[in-house]
Design a protein around this ligand. Structure first.
Ligand SMILES: [Zn+2]
Length: 251
């Protein structure tokens, strides 16, 4: 899971979302849930609001069709961080909308989302906080663990199924690709090949499960770095600590 910056929307789209949110707030509570579902599916709303919102989320995501929870490249739904069944008035609230794959959105997250009130949700919102404050990713294993004492980390792993199925294996593969690209970037730098340096950075940042890259950058400057990278190819740790690479990657 990668920290994501949420930009402001174009004024017109922002105004449409606000108007729809107001309509939800003005709908009497007993009818609100049904009305919300109808509005969300309405043809004009799909065309004029849903589609541009989805495009804005796709631009925000750190890769092509990148799920903001698990990091795969199969995000095809606009997800409500706080489900609309829990809080209909947030259905069209921009800070409540994320891009997600249907596995995270429907199969795992579904109605499992638990919150201790609307402010203190137990699920990590990557657009509001750094997921790595709560989650630790094993680079070679691809397995997520919660940072000690973080109920949010534990709950997020469960709700989003971060360690389910082939996800850890694919992350471990992504880590191997990333280690190769790091060395390719260093070779390009030695050769003064700026174009190839950019390409390697782009690939590292946008490959599926690019969270391994962000986890590696964080681990490389931690006290445990020598142990974490002991089994890796020589030079990998030094590259992850390289100021030029870190600046390009975290741009
Ligand atoms: Zn997902």
């Amino acid at each position: 899971m990668i920290r994501i910056v949420r930009p402001r929307l174009p004024t017109e789209l922002e105004a449409s979302l606000l108007a729809l949110s107001q309509e939800m707030a003005d709908t009497p509570v007993p009818e609100r849930d049904k009305h919300t579902d109808r509005m969300w599916e309405r043809k004009t709303v799909r065309r004029d609001v849903y589609q541009p919102v989805r495009e804005a989320l796709e631009d925000m995501a750190p890769g092509i069709d990148c799920c903001m929870y698990c990091g795969n490249h199969m995000a095809d739904t606009v997800d409500h961080f706080v489900p609309k069944s829990r809080c209909a008035v947030r259905t069209f609230y921009w800070p409540n909308l994320l891009l997600a794959c249907s596995t995270c959105n429907t199969r795992f997250k579904g109605n499992k989302h638990r919150s201790d009130g609307l402010v203190g949700s137990l699920l990590i919102d990557p657009t509001r906080e750094d997921p790595f404050e709560h989650l630790d990713l094993g680079l070679a294993s691809g397995v997520y663990r919660s940072v000690e004492g973080s109920p949010k980390g534990k709950w997020t792993i469960e709700v989003c199924g971060l360690n389910e199925g082939k996800r850890p294996r694919v992350r471990a593969e992504a880590w191997l690709n990333l280690a190769d690209d790091l060395q390719g970037w260093a070779r390009a730098r030695d050769a003064g090949d700026v174009r190839n340096m950019r390409r390697k950075i782009y690939r590292m940042r946008t490959q599926p499960f690019a969270d391994v890259g962000y986890a590696a950058l964080r681990k490389a400057v931690s006290d445990e770095a020598p142990q974490v990278f002991a089994a890796e190819e020589p030079g990998v740790l030094a590259l992850l600590q390289d100021d030029e690479l870190r600046a390009a990657f975290q741009m």
